[in-house]
Ligand binder design. Structure first.
Ligand code: INI
Length: 158
């Protein structure tokens, strides 16, 4: 494959502006995702002044805030953080489904990458595992994906 031109985004954050939309619902989980995201961005060169955090009530509200942030033109990439934990009612399916769909719509309709770090899990234990314990930190992973995609879009720009 060394003879094939490969286009990838670097994990380089210098000069980039990243908006993080984080739900307050299940904040004991989301705050760990947020710490992971900010730490990952800072360790890859994003200036602390290049990061802005937008707080919203829950995962349901995340897409609307992403949409407004994307429209504002202030950000090279966005990161969505939240935790939707399955309960005894279908509420989970509706909230999680709309959050995923809405985030995808925002990134494709505005051309602004959205790193998706909203956990959709069956239990609090599964959420804890993904918020900085044995399954890593999905906030950090989402932030790095957003960074990579911002740099990829720059390389693919006409
Ligand atoms: N919001 C979440 O972020 N996670 C959840 O697990 C959750 N559950 O299970 O209800 C949740 N609900 C709140 C929802 O996102 C809205 O904030 C609320 O319906 C008001 O619009």
């Amino acid at each position: 494959m060394h003879d094939i031109n490969t286009i990838e985004g670097a994990l380089a954050g210098e000069g980039l502006r990243i908006g993080i939309v984080a739900a307050r619902f299940n904040d004991f989980i989301v705050d760990s995702l947020l710490r992971g995201a900010v730490d990952a961005l800072a360790r890859h060169g994003v200036a602390r002044g290049g990061i802005e955090v937008v707080r919203v009530p829950g995962a349901w509200e995340v897409p609307l805030a992403l949409e407004a942030a994307a429209k504002s033109g202030r950000f090279d990439a966005l990161v969505a953080l939240g935790a939707v934990i399955r309960g005894a009612t279908p509420h989970f399916e509706y909230v999680a489904g709309e959050c995923v769909r809405g985030a995808g719509q925002v990134e494709r309709s505005h051309g602004v990458p959205v790193g998706f770090g909203v956990l959709t899990v069956d239990s609090i234990e599964q959420a804890i595992e993904r918020a900085g314990t044995k399954a890593g930190n999905k906030g950090a992973e989402a932030a790095l994906s957003a960074l990579e995609m911002a740099n990829l879009l720059r390389r693919l720009a006409p």
